[in-house]
Every structure is written in structure tokens, then in C-alpha cells.
Ligand binder design. Sequence first.
Ligand code: UDP
Ligand code: MG
Length: 321
Amino acid sequence: MPNQTPDISIVVPCYNEEASLPLFLNELAQVVRSMRAAKPLEFEVVLVDDGSSDSTLAIMKEQTNVCCNDYCIKWVSFSRNFGKEAALYAGLEHATGNLVATMDADMQDPPSLLPEMYRILQDENCDNVATRRTTREGEPPIRSWFARMFYRIINKISKADIVDGARDFRLMKRPMVDAILSMREYNRFSKGIYGWVGFKTRWLPYVNVNRVAGETKWSFFSLLLYSIDGIVAFSTVPLSIASVMGTLFCIVAFFALIFIVVRALLFGDPVDGWPSLASIIIFIGGVQLLCLGIMGQYLAKTYLETKNRPLYIVRESNLDE
Ligand code: UDP
Ligand code: MG
């Protein structure tokens, strides 16, 4: 491996990507070759195996051995599946380049965009080039609707600018990478972290591409949980729901009380209306449990953060070679 600092590091989180990883690396090699033909750039690829149960790791090892002259490969393999966020963090931590790109192994982040991203970083006054897909084509409509709602809500209640359709495919300058690494939180939500650290971002839109092989690891339910993680990580507004609703109900109850007392004085007090009473009790009970649940979410996240566990555990790597 060359000792000098690479110009560009490419971080790729991989979880059960045996089908797409060889195709991806092949395409990447071609792009790197064309970029090196134009300018003598040093490349480094950091592959993170996120506890895959298929032959992803074997492919990484094999690729390292056949390592071309165009880039060197570093690989890190986790002791179990820690999730994409942890894999991205590990990759960024081990990337030494002046510029660092993060991209998926399934070619949904086309390597062919890299030269353009590099050119923009060189020519324009910005700290990172980020990609966003322009359409949500090929996605179930209900999922798109939830996604749109999520972005609308989180942008209202959070200071971090979280962009709809933004992908984790970025090319960043070193200061931004260091800023992201300094955020060592356990509950990681990349889209929020990129927005939170700030820096000048140039957006590069592109048309959504489908996965080249294999299956997405995200079910509707896991996306829903992830969106809750995102809200809890980047906003404390839900915590004030209890106070707002409490105040509101107090005001309503106050006027209802006056109304009932006056009515009883004027028209007597026939015993009546227990169904409405039962409904009100159930409703208020529901609201209280909801608020308790929200507090529980924050408490759970706080609990995990205070444990200060490592974000990932490495089982094997070629970093010492
Ligand atoms: N990934 C990972 N760990 C996981 C899930 C996914 O490292 O637990 C990687 C996966 O190998 C891929 C990228 O994250 O390179 C994006 O995953 P996927 O394509 O499943 O997500 P989608 O593109 O559908 O959002
Ligand atoms: Mg994908």
C-alpha cells in the first residue's frame, strides 16, 4: 500500500452483497481508471463488511489480492450486523483521503457520477457534493407518501436541514468528514448528521436507478422505526406535546366545568351522559399513554447513549498488513 495520503477514499458499506459487489467494483475500477487517465490521483477503497452471512467477505479478500494498480483496498469486517450507519462510520474512520466518498454497493449510487462530483468540488466553492434522486419511481405509493410526510414533519420540528430524496452518496472534503466523525452518537441518522454539521453543499440530482442485484434490506417497518430514530435524534419537539396538550385540555375542561355548573343550576341535574363520560376518560387515557410513550422513546435513546458502547466491533481486517 502506498504511504502517501490518497486523494480520494471511497467508503462502501456492504451487507450480504455477494451478488452486486463484484459488479460494483468492476464499474468503480473503470471509473477510477478514466479519472486517473485525466489526472494522477491516488485512490483508496474502504470496504466495510457489516456482518454479512454470505460470501461478501470472501469477495473482499479476493479483490484485495487481485488489487489493481488503480486503487488499494482496505477492508474491515464486523463481528455481527451493526447496521449501515455503523458501517458508514467505520468506513469514514478508516478512510485517510483528502476527499471521501460514501456509496452503496448495489449501484444505486452510480460510480459514473464520481468524475462530475470531483470536478464540482475542484471548481466550485463548496465542501461537499451530495446526490439526490429526482423521482421516487418504482416505489409503492404508500411508501412515498409516508416518506414525504416524514420529511415535511422532521423539517418543521428540527434545526438540521434534512432533504427529501437525498442519498448517502456524497463526496466530502476532509473538514466535513472530521466533523461527522466528531459526532460519536450511538443513535445515528446520517441524513440528519449531514444536515447538522452544515458546510456548503452542492446538490447533484439524478434519476433513481434500481438495485443491480440482491434485495434491499429495508422493510416498511424497519423504515418506520428508522424514521422515529431520526425524529428522536434531531428534535425534542415531541417532548413538549404533553405540555401543549395538557394546557389545551385544562382550558377546555375549565369552560366545560362552568357550562355544566351553570346548566345544573338553571335546569337541575338529571343523571345522564355516562357514554360521553366514558369516551372522555378513554380519550384522555390514550393521550396520557401516548405522551408517556414519547417520553419512553427519549429515555430509551438516552439510556443507550449513556452506556457509551462502541458503534461497531471489528472481527477481522487487513488494516495492519
Ligand atoms: N447495508 C449495510 N448494513 C445493513 C444494511 C445495508 O451495510 O444493515 C448496506 C448495503 O449493503 C448497501 C447499502 O447499505 O450497500 C444500502 O442498502 P440497501 O440497498 O439495502 O438500502 P436502499 O438502497 O434500499 O435504501
Ligand atoms: Mg440500495
